[in-house]
Design a protein around this ligand. Structure first.
Ligand SMILES: Nc1ncnc2c1ncn2[C@@H]1O[C@H](COP(=O)(O)OP(=O)(O)OP(=O)(O)O)[C@@H](O)[C@H]1O
Ligand SMILES: [Mg+2]
Length: 211
């Protein structure tokens, strides 16, 4: 094995990983909604929990809950970004390119509806079953039919059995999601997010300091 004693010598593998990471982060930033591109500071407890979750790399999922405007969605985008950084980091160089998919629940349920073209829906379902990290924003916000719950089950069950992580934001707790997701997804989510439910507390940040 090659080992260099000259600290100025460039390690081609480290350089290559760094270039790939930069590329992935630029592409991720391009598809991040504009207001969520702004760098934010997480409160220390949340920051620690997020660092532990990413560093633990157990396949556990993450559930962010809290009142309206407290910062759930922005925090989740920040977590996805940090997850990508870690996925390319020296401690865990990823085989291939880690794939992060992000969806608002309303858009997701719309894409999974029965009258969506079969091939598009199946392709999407397969992608969401297999991607390395799936972020679903505002899960309790969407109206669902039994059909959509079944499609959601197909996605969650596959991720559940393969221990692939999901980040969910919602203003209700996982146990209260049954009406939206159906009981089988809610049950799986409960286990997938055990020990990693983050409650964000505070004011509605959209109201500004004076609120
Ligand atoms: N840690 C933070 N520091 C500074 N600004 C923040 C932080 N987190 C969120 N914000 C800002 O606060 C506003 C609300 O954040 P966000 O949309 O994430 O809230 P939310 O909890 O998802 O709200 P909702 O329940 O309505 O979906 C946004 O303008 C966002 O950029
Ligand atoms: Mg939100």
């Amino acid at each position: 094995m090659h080992s260099s004693s000259d600290p100025n010598e460039i390690d081609p593998r480290a350089e290559w990983l760094q270039a790939r990471a930069q590329d992935a982060l630029t592409r991720f930033a391009d598809r991040t909604p504009v207001i969520y591109r702004r760098p934010i500071t997480l409160d220390p407890d949340t920051d620690r929990a997020v660092t532990d979750w990413i560093g633990g790399w157990t396949g556990n999922s993450l559930f962010l809950t809290g009142p309206i405007g407290v910062g759930k969605t922005h925090t989740a985008w920040e977590i996805c970004r940090r997850w990508l950084v870690a996925a390319y980091g020296p401690a865990r160089p990823w085989q291939g390119s880690p794939l992060v998919r992000t969806f608002r629940s309303t858009a997701l349920f719309d894409a999974l509806r029965p009258d969506a073209p079969d091939d598009e829906r199946l392709t999407l379902s397969r992608e969401l079953q297999r991607c390395d990290l799936l972020f679903i924003d505002d899960l309790a916000a969407a109206k669902v039919t039994e059909w959509t719950q079944e499609r959601l089950f197909e996605i969650f069950d596959e991720r559940y059995i393969n221990r692939l992580p999901v980040i969910v934001t919602s203003d209700v707790l996982p146990g209260d999601l049954t009406a939206v997701t159906g009981p089988r997804v809610a049950s799986r989510l409960g286990e997938m997010c055990r020990g990693s439910v983050l409650l964000l507390e505070g004011r509605d940040r959209r109201r500004g300091e004076a609120a």
